[in-house]
Design a protein around this ligand. Structure first.
Ligand SMILES: [Zn+2]
Length: 195
């Protein structure tokens, strides 16, 4: 009975890859299965404050995930929503937007409370640089699912996202800027967008 004092640590599942790899679709599937099994689940999504980043509010096949939007600069708000209300599973979409250190603190807190955490994120940004905490989360994960897409240029395995339009300046709250668009590409075909 001694080990009843502390809750069993939660498990971390990480789904990672480029855009158009089915990462949000995988979270939707997990949400639907977990809900059917009557687990108490909460879903969150990092809310990008500008379209200088990359992200979608729903999976590409248009099925919405019932998410609570969290300001990308305040990931600790997730802990307020989870509270002590008996939540068993937490799903978080687009975690690459959160600052690495503070988001890792949130994940550690949830796991320590015995909550299973499922996240998805882009491994690289459109400059091919590591994006947010995704890589660190992959190393920490109990289960890591790396998904890939198909390169729009050569048809090979795509692990990267290339930006193909939009303004390069990251200014918050500006309207009328050309929307950024992205495609999935392989490492060889990838080019850094210059605007
Ligand atoms: Zn290619």
């Amino acid at each position: 009975m001694a080990n009843k004092l502390k809750p069993k640590k939660g498990k971390l599942t990480v789904i990672a890859g480029p855009m158009f790899a089915g990462k949000t679709t995988k979270l939707l599937t997990l949400f639907s299965v977990l809900s059917d099994l009557d687990f108490s689940v909460l879903c969150f999504k990092a809310e990008a404050l500008s379209n200088g980043g990359m992200g979608h509010t729903r999976s590409h096949d248009e099925r919405p995930l019932p998410v609570i939007y969290i300001d990308m600069n305040k990931p600790e708000k997730i802990l307020h929503y989870v509270g002590s209300g008996g939540i068993q599973k937490v799903i978080i979409d687009a975690v690459h937007f959160f600052p690495k250190t503070s988001f890792m603190g949130v994940v550690d807190t949830l796991l320590a409370q015995g909550i299973d955490v499922y996240v998805n994120g882009l491994i690289f940004d459109y400059r091919k640089k590591e994006y947010g905490a995704t890589r660190v989360l992959m190393k920490k994960a109990d289960e890591c699912i790396e998904q890939y897409s198909i390169c729009v240029k050569c048809g090979g395995r795509a692990a990267h996202t290339e930006r193909v339009s939009g303004s390069t300046e990251v200014s918050i709250g500006t309207t009328g800027r050309k929307k950024a668009e992205y495609v999935a590409v392989c490492s060889t075909c990838h080019k850094v967008y210059q605007g």
